[in-house]
Ligand binder design. Structure first.
Ligand SMILES: Nc1ncnc2c1ncn2[C@@H]1O[C@H](COP(=O)(O)OP(=O)(O)OP(=O)(O)O)[C@@H](O)[C@H]1O
Length: 253
């Protein structure tokens, strides 16, 4: 593994969905071992970008490299974890049964004892050991999110792509999940790309990609962004950049 290579490098990334161009020539990088937030309003293209990164999106043009390989390369399968917005665990199984099932599908042929210890490890990582034998249907929203995340952690991915993992959660659960993301980055060196349309979550990221209408408004740290736009919050910085872009467009008409 060459850790000098960014986790994600996009140049002129363009994606069409149906007749629409949803992502419009994006250039950005996602550095390794950090939490990068992908923020922008609903419908701006966050899920499309994430699907492109994990190789699940059609009609992708431009360059998109993930961990030094073209996005979607078969060698990336075990190196990239993806958690979609829809829950990816079975509600009529316990957390442990879900993890044991997914571990046997993802790593067939693994000895039972090894599988058991992998399941114990990920349960501890997402802090669900005490809930391991609860049915998923009996868990809170935050616990369900962590159970989905645990599935993605089974293969110790180098890059974790999480699509709006905190949506619908109360502030305490959101904070706990963000703490978990930072712990994964610090303890494991995992790179996390996390999307959200809630601007206050931007303050929790090491780096930010601000997306609007399929275009990148910023690729920076929250501090640099606030300093550059002379604003107090990333939300204000975002609004400032939106206005700036509108003025530029006006001027070129
Ligand atoms: N299957 C599809 N065919 C055509 N257009 C689509 C399809 N899926 C999404 N789109 C359009 O692509 C654009 C970007 O959608 P995307 O889901 O990437 O946005 P998003 O930022 O993730 O939104 P949200 O925060 O609401 O999940 C939207 O305008 C949407 O209407």
């Amino acid at each position: 593994m060459n850790s000098d290579v960014p986790a994600v490098r996009a140049a002129g990334l363009t994606v069409a969905r149906g007749a629409r161009t949803v992502l419009k020539g994006l250039d950005f990088t996602v550095p390794r071992g950090q939490v990068t937030g992908l923020l922008g309003p609903s419908g701006c293209g966050k899920s499309t970008l994430m699907r492109a990164v994990v190789g699940a999106q059609a009609k992708v043009t431009g360059d998109l490299d993930v961990l030094g390989r073209p996005a979607g390369h078969p060698a990336l399968r075990s190196r990239v974890g993806y958690v979609t917005q829809a829950p990816s665990v079975y509600v009529d199984l316990t957390v442990r049964q879900n993890l044991d099932y997914f571990a046997s599908v993802l790593q067939p042929g693994t000895a039972r004892a090894d599988r058991r210890s992998t399941v114990q490890r990920v349960l501890a990582e997402v802090d669900l050991t005490s809930r391991a034998d609860n049915l998923v249907s009996r868990l809170s929203g935050g616990q369900r999110s962590r159970a989905s995340l645990a599935v993605a952690l089974l293969g110790t991915p180098e890059l974790l792509v999480l699509d709006e993992p905190t949506v619908g959660l109360d502030p305490v659960l959101r904070r706990d999940l963000w703490n978990l993301f930072h712990r994964l980055a610090a303890d494991r060196g995992t790179t996390l790309l996390v999307s959200s349309h809630v601007m206050d979550e931007a303050e929790r990221c090491d780096r930010l990609l601000l997306l609007r209408d399929g275009q990148l408004l910023a690729d920076d740290t929250p501090e640099a962004l606030r300093a550059r736009t002379r604003t107090q919050t990333v939300e204000d910085a975002f609004l400032h950049l939106v206005d700036q872009a509108a003025h530029r467009q006006e001027a070129t008409r």
